[in-house]
Ligand binder design. Structure first.
Ligand code: DLZ
Length: 163
């Protein structure tokens, strides 16, 4: 797995744009809430650390990762955030649900980026086991929520720099 080689929470703070004035929405899947709640903590902590104001962070829940694209679209249309972070965790079980959900959420979020020309960040863990998910939501491989927050800040800054 590629993230074995990279700690998801490690970055150079000097390279991160200030989030002051940015409006960031977060959509959170309730499946595997122990994990997605930890992703949310990481994302919010990182946004606040880099200057996003608490009042500019909006969080909405959806039942599972499959619902993230529609949840993200609804939140994007209602509040006009600068970026939407999608947080979920899909764990490979014994069913083929894993493949179907991963395909749906990946394509759905990718499409939203291009449809709206705004960042919709893929903060979804797709792992073989619960332990691998724990390792990437505040464990030994860092927190994918941190990575998602940093990605949102960088992409909003990129968009603003081109306007
Ligand atoms: C059904 C399902 C299964 C089996 N596994 C997960 C999972 O590991 N992670 C996740 O976020 N959601 C899962 N779901 C729920 C689907 O995402 C979706 O909510 C339902 O299929 C209803 O559309």
């Amino acid at each position: 797995m590629a993230t074995n080689l990279k700690n998801l929470s490690e970055y150079n703070p000097d390279e991160i744009p200030s989030g002051e004035g940015m409006k960031i929405s977060i959509v959170l899947a309730e499946w595997n809430l122990e994990i997605t709640g930890a992703l949310l903590d990481g994302a919010v902590r990182t946004l606040l650390r880099h200057g996003v104001r608490e009042k500019d962070i909006r969080v909405k829940h959806v039942p599972g990762s499959f619902e993230l694209p529609l949840g993200a679209q609804l939140i994007a249309e209602s509040g006009k955030p600068d970026a939407v972070i999608c947080l979920g965790c899909v764990i490979q079980g014994e069913t083929r649900h894993f493949d179907f959900i991963c395909q749906g959420v990946t394509k759905g979020i990718a499409d939203l980026n291009l449809k709206y020309g705004r960042p919709f960040v893929f903060g979804v863990l797709t792992t073989d086991t619960l332990q691998q998910a724990k390792d990437r939501s505040g464990g030994k491989h860092g927190n994918k929520g941190d990575e998602a927050a940093i990605t949102a800040l960088k992409m909003v800054q990129l968009k603003k720099s081109l306007e």
